[in-house]
Design a protein around this ligand. Sequence first.
Ligand SMILES: Cc1ncc(COP(=O)(O)O)c(C=O)c1O
Length: 438
Amino acid sequence: MESKLLNILPMDSEVSSNGHLIVGGCDVIELSEKYGTPLYVYDESTIHSMAESFTKEFSNRYSNSRILYASKAYINPAIAKLSIQHGLGIDIVSGGELAVAASVDFPSEDIFFHGNNKSRSEISEAIDYGVGQFVADSFYEIDLINEIAADRSKLQKVMLRLSPGIDGHTHKKTTTGILDTKFGFSIETGDALKAIKHVQSSDNLDLTGIHFHLGSPIFEMEPYDLAIRSVIEFLAPLIHSGFNMRDFSPGGGFAVGYTAEKSPPAIAEYAETIARTLIESCDKFDIPYPRLLVEPGRSIVARAGIAMYTVGAIKDIPGLRKYVSVDGGMGDNIRPALYDSQYEVIVANKLNDTDKEVVRVVGKYCETGDILASSVELPVCSSGDIIVLPTSGAYGMSMSSNYNLNPRPAVVMVSNGNSKIIRRRETYTDLMRCDEFE
Ligand SMILES: Cc1ncc(COP(=O)(O)O)c(C=O)c1O
């Protein structure tokens, strides 16, 4: 296998002498036989390594920093426990993510509740659990949190999500820091200033800080640099006149290597840019250094996870194209259909094969757009081959659906040659468990 591919597979991946992919010390073909496909496999050591790197690279440059895992990338009890183990806080965006965090007794102070339209019941559940902070996103929500906190005689900490008007140069469906977005209070329109004053005059809210998130995945440093400078410039007069900004977050959005050709910047590069820019901006305006909260999601789990499928039907249209169909697709990975995302494809049982052809890898869903890889050169495939998509650990399972009533895949964690199920495969009974039969 090309060494470039090893850079996007889980960290301790290798090829066995018989041409099988080995991840976390486990032969993935044996995993497919043991657990079936489609299957998501997470390498625990890669998650450990990413969590440690983020903590180290940011705290080396900015000692008062904290990493919050953006759980929307993928959360279940096992992953939540790894976050606790690494001392990460967690960014949640729904009552469901809160419920998973609560199921493993996630320390409530370390939970940050984001989202542009949290419901009354979600806010109530979160306040009752004692979540550390809400990241408020609208005037409606500021009032709702204040009202619910008042009912419970609580002073609730909140941050405000601003929209700094900076483009992260990512896909139009994943850019979030520009003016024309549903997220955050715009600095440009004056809403950001109004929101800060509104929280400050709300009796049951304590405004601890300011947040923004530019989008994802962001391959450039400049958007972080520009956004931090302009947000601190906007905040400086307010801080001088009494706003005690204890927390500051430039969100997440750090890129990962989906294809062997496009390497992401190192975590150290993001950390260097963010820490240096924040320090320079605070020095420039003579304001105290806040705690720095960083919210990586994708970059913690994407590389750790692979998706595995079995090849079924193969259709050759002579002179045009060969379609290789697998037993999963857009139901477990909507990203290619939604964002035109690109993936590498590996035939995990034929790594030593040299006879290759260009094919389109498609899923089993009743949609023409159910394409996992539009045009890839693979060893000549036959039914029963095991196909692996590397870098599948983020926003695959977490965005999965039961479209066409396909049960969601099982999820396995591998470590040191051992494997264990962390989410069992759904059954047909699961598919009908909310339906009424009377
Ligand atoms: C507020 C916020 N923080 C962090 C993230 C995580 O982004 P990523 O997974 O790309 O790091 C997101 C993603 O949507 C987000 O909305």
